[in-house]
Write a new protein. Structure first.
Length: 84
């Protein structure tokens, strides 16, 4: 197996080493019954992959639809009657 792949039992018994390797080397893969189950990675790596590249305002401002005008007027008609 690769240097960063651990069987579940091995990962449990050497959890400190698993965490250290994830923090200082590369993400660590844990397998269960021979199948890849989870990845342990440093908090810094987690932040990198979960933070959006831009904020919502910048995303909307840079959208190709930014110049499109929408009709936001509300229909003044009364709603249809319903039997309750």
């Amino acid at each position: 197996m690769k240097d960063n792949t651990w069987q579940l039992q091995e990962a449990k018994s050497h959890f400190g080493q698993l965490v250290s390797d994830a923090m200082h080397k590369e993400p660590q893969i844990v397998t269960k019954h021979g199948d890849k189950a989870v990845v342990v990675l440093s908090f810094e790596e987690y932040i990198k992959i979960t933070q959006p590249k831009t904020d919502l305002v910048a995303f909307l401002r840079d959208s190709p639809l930014a110049e499109v005008e929408f009709d936001l007027d509300r229909d003044k008609a009364k709603p249809r009657e319903t039997d309750l």
